[in-house]
Design a protein around this ligand. Structure first.
Ligand SMILES: [Zn+2]
Length: 370
């Protein structure tokens, strides 16, 4: 599919040459893709011989990306050429049940398909992002996740039944990382770490051009790096984790003390941009701690780029500067000097875009497949 996207229509012999696959394999794959309505074939001649020209039914096939957050659901519909056809989102009530979240996701899924004039059978697959670690052996949300109401529910099976498409599940940080190397400004980067800072803090690791899943799929738990031995007790049961000093909920709590109404993350960004001293100090401390935790990641896997995403991206250099300082202090000097740290430019669309990219990768639309 990637070859067809990049080169346009081609004969089976040309596809075999370009992909390095045997003609029998190409023939089998094409037959399957014709059955699924993804490609069409038409008779043609090649070097005077009769051949079959294969072309993508691009206008009729799309991938869906769904990002389910603590307080929102976002759905994007993307064409096979990695362009967004439709998208929509809706807020969710705090501590919503999984049932409510899934209902809204299914509703938006049908809505964007309707707006694009497509039917469910045109969907190559649906990628779904959840803010929390997922056990890849069972497709369930792991205990201790930011969405306690979702723990233990087989989201994969439920969505597959209700959407009638293949479903690929992953956590939001992994999808954010995938979005950066697919839709973002770092598409040529083979080693990238995406750090999502929100109520939880987690990283998605692209190593050698692929997402790194480890043994059971729980990786990048940078939020639980120990920063303060005798610090506050974390939701994971440990003490002084990065999340207890740098998550958005901790920043909100610290800066809301003595106020009548608690601040939102948008308020914190605005306060810092207005050079409010308390906000600047709290963000500087958080940034330094984040840099220190990231230094361990860098010393271990040496990414070329670290991209920071989540609701604090509007802080720009106010947050990046202490992160870089922490990184420089705790990494091997060469790593500190050569690692780029940047804010995500994809805003709150990163996870949904990454979910759509996951579908295309798992469907063989990109090389190497994740
Ligand atoms: Zn923890």
């Amino acid at each position: 599919m990637q070859t067809l996207v990049h080169h346009g229509a081609a004969t089976q012999a040309q596809l075999a040459r370009m992909t390095g696959l045997s003609s029998a394999t190409v023939s089998n794959i094409i037959r399957d893709m014709v059955d699924r309505g993804i490609v069409s074939t038409s008779p043609t001649t090649s070097s005077g011989r009769r051949a079959l020209s294969v072309s993508l039914n691009a206008g009729e096939t799309a991938a869906v990306g769904i990002d389910i957050g603590r307080r929102h659901v976002r759905v994007v519909l993307a064409g096979l050429g990695y362009h967004v056809l439709q998208e929509d989102w809706r807020p969710l009530p705090a501590r919503h049940s999984a049932e409510v979240g899934l209902n809204v996701a299914v509703e938006l899924f049908d809505k964007v398909l309707g707006q694009a004039g497509l039917s469910r059978s045109s969907v190559l697959g649906t990628g779904v992002g959840i803010p929390g670690p997922i056990d890849r052996r069972t497709g369930t949300v792991v205990e201790g996740a930011i969405l306690p109401e979702w723990v233990g529910i087989n989201i994969l099976q439920q969505l597959q039944d209700r959407l009638g498409t293949p479903v690929h599940l992953d956590n939001d940080a992994n999808l954010g990382a995938l979005a950066q190397v697919t839709w973002g400004s770092f598409s040529a980067t083979a080693d990238l770490t995406f750090l999502k800072i929100g109520t939880g803090i987690g990283a998605g690791l692209i190593v050698n051009g692929r997402l790194h899943y480890g043994n059971v799929g729980v990786t990048g738990e940078v939020g639980h790096a120990t920063i303060a031995e005798h610090g506050l007790v974390c939701r994971c049961g440990n003490r002084g984790c990065l999340e207890t000093v740098a998550s958005t909920s901790v920043l909100m709590e610290m800066l809301s003390r003595g106020l009548e109404a608690p601040l939102t993350t948008a308020d914190i960004v605005q306060l810092a941009l207005n050079r409010n001293n308390a906000a600047l100090r709290v963000i500087d401390d958080a940034g330094l701690a984040i840099g220190r935790a990231l230094a361990n990641v860098c010393n271990l896997i040496n990414p070329a780029v670290i991209v920071i995403g989540g609701p604090l991206t509007g802080l720009g250099d106010i947050l990046l500067e202490p992160v870089r300082r922490g990184l420089a202090r705790y990494t091997v000097p060469l790593i500190g000097q050569t690692t780029t740290v940047a804010m995500s430019s994809l805003g709150d669309r990163a996870e949904a875009l990454g979910a759509a990219a996951l579908v295309m990768r798992r469907s063989g639309m990109d090389v190497p497949p994740v």
